[in-house]
Design a protein around this ligand. Sequence first.
Ligand code: A3P
Length: 301
Amino acid sequence: MAVPLDSTDIQSDNYRLVPHRDFYLISNIHNPEEVDQIQSWKIQDSDVFVVTYPKSGTIWMQQILLLIEAKGDTTIISTKPNSEQVPWIELSGAGKEFIAAPPPRLRVSHLQYKFMPLALNQRKGKVIYVIRNPKDVLVSYFHFHKFAAMLETPKDFNCFFEKFMKGEMYGNCWFEHIKSWYSHKDDVNILFIAYEEMIQDLESAVKRMCMFMDKELTEEQLANVVKHSTFRNMRLIPQANYEFVSEDLLNHNQGSFMRKGTIGDWKNHFTVAQNERFDKVFQEKMEEVPITFIWDINYIV
Ligand code: A3P
């Protein structure tokens, strides 16, 4: 059954949030039965999954993974769109494609841990989980809801803020998503990386990823990966920034995937009251999760 929308929200009839096992999927994009089959996927050691709550740097990681795999050679990012080379595992048809694809299979996902291949528990394959401070996630997701045709267009920021706090959106509750993955942070085949850490020092973050993926890159190759993954450069690469995606899915006149790419834009959106409320909920929900975030670009040294 589809989730009833607020009368003030605008959504295409083609796409609806559909609850499935305490998670929302999107009709016509996800198929619940196929999503359930992901658990039984056979995994190879070379498989790498990047998992994020939406708006935490997924397309950034698609670019970095491809460049690491190609040792900094940019041919790979100028041929096919990144979304075809590093596709989402929860999209309809992804299972068949996964089985047929040659290694290394690089994939992205917004799913909670409970949907992932069970083989990950037996240390098969690798997961990079990217975490971003949730105030910036909220703001980025607000703008993305206007840009993405498959998501309902929010009436205004206040309405969206309330929905985010309730987790009534694709990805569900940010806190639950993070917790579902954080409890596995010490698994040997899972690497946690923060968006803010990548903003602060992209080269070090890429080095961590290379070590985790058992990839040895020369200094020159590493420099190439970093160079072609910066916000400024990715903005110019249609294969990386989703410019090519059809208007049916993305309203290109309403925004872009590459919006600001910084830390602390929430300060331009949150009211003082919203910020206080967010901090209170954050404290309560994250009591057992000792992650510290960088909330402001000025805290970067
Ligand atoms: P903003 O909307 O705050 O600008 P996702 O890929 O998970 O949807 O995340 C999109 C967010 O990641 C956007 O945030 C986008 O600008 C940011 N992003 C994408 N590539 C980036 C890069 N190379 N450097 C910094 N931020 C990047």
